[in-house]
Design a binder for this molecule. Structure first.
Ligand code: ADP
Ligand code: MG
Length: 265
């Protein structure tokens, strides 16, 4: 894909809709994400967040409307996006190091060089010394670190994350959020982060997009998060600005969560 057009939004969704048979999951989705922006997408469980992310990965066929990547229509898999999903996608029969190296090997990088680069990434995510471990020998947080290195080693221009830390205990989650912020600050790639956790969304992002309860879910609010960086998540959520933002966004999101409960129980 020719990327001579970095002034265009990284991602631009225009009137996007996704149908699963007769069921309309999302509709009238319009969203632009600028180069280098960290956007968090929040919404009630089941509203269509993963569906939207899958639209951007190109994994989902039959998407209505327009999906533009740096000003060009997306066809097939998104070649400039790396993604990390909620469930670990590590290969259980490969070591942590080889799991990190595997994308490079697929790209044809010689094994020795791929391993060397993977070693550097293991270091970057704080896993030096764990190279020879197999996934079942790693804690939940360590597995997430491996997954993060596995994606970032391929230097994607756009990073897509779908509730990557939601299964972690709160302390590990905070650690991983801080780790992600630290890595993101290094080169500020475009990052779209899906979460149902408003606290996480505000602590991490430059902008929070709220999705309505489904069916036919769509973005209903966008709130700029002008909290200073660098941020430490356990500290930022005690500031007055954070609390004001939380109240403002929850007044919108809370109503959608209630609606989604009313329709699913
Ligand atoms: P979220 O990630 O916000 O929890 P999803 O995007 O996974 O929600 O799902 C949105 C809605 O679309 C849900 O009602 C879900 O049941 C439905 N859905 C998702 N994927 C499919 C599919 N492949 N076939 C049918 N329905 C689906
Ligand atoms: Mg989901």
């Amino acid at each position: 894909m020719n990327l001579d057009n970095l002034s265009e939004p990284s991602i631009s969704l225009k009137d996007v809709a996704v149908q699963f048979g007769q069921f309309t999951a999302v509709r009238e989705v319009n969203l632009d994400v600028r180069e280098g922006e960290f956007v968090a997408v929040v919404g009630p469980t089941g509203c269509g967040k993963s569906t939207l992310l899958n639209v951007i990965t190109g994994l989902l066929p039959h998407v209505l409307g327009k999906v533009m990547v740096y000003g060009k229509p997306l066809q097939g898999l998104n070649p400039v996006a790396g993604y990390m999903l909620q469930q670990d996608a590590l290969l259980p029969w490969k070591t942590a190091l080889d799991n990190v190296a595997i994308g490079l090997v697929f790209q044809g990088v010689p094994q020795g060089e791929a391993r060397e680069r993977a070693r550097r990434w293991m270091q970057k995510v704080g896993l030096s010394g764990f190279e020879a471990r197999y996934p079942h020998q790693l804690s939940g947080g360590q597995k997430k670190r491996v997954s993060m290195a596995q994606m970032l080693i391929l230097a994607p221009k756009i990073v897509l994350m779908d509730e990557p830390f939601s299964a972690l205990d709160v302390h590990t989650r905070h650690l991983m959020q801080n780790e992600l912020l630290r890595l993101w600050q290094e080169d500020r790639k475009t990052l779209i982060f899906i979460t149902h956790d408003l606290e996480e969304a505000i602590a991490l992002a430059d902008r929070v997009v709220v999705i309505s309860a489904g069916p036919a879910a769509r973005p209903i609010a966008e709130i700029a998060i002008n909290l200073p960086r660098p941020r430490i998540v356990e500290e930022i959520n005690m500031t007055d600005d954070y609390i004001r933002l939380y109240r403002e966004i929850w007044s919108i999101l809370g109503a959608e969560v209630e609606k989604s409960h009313a329709t699913s129980f």
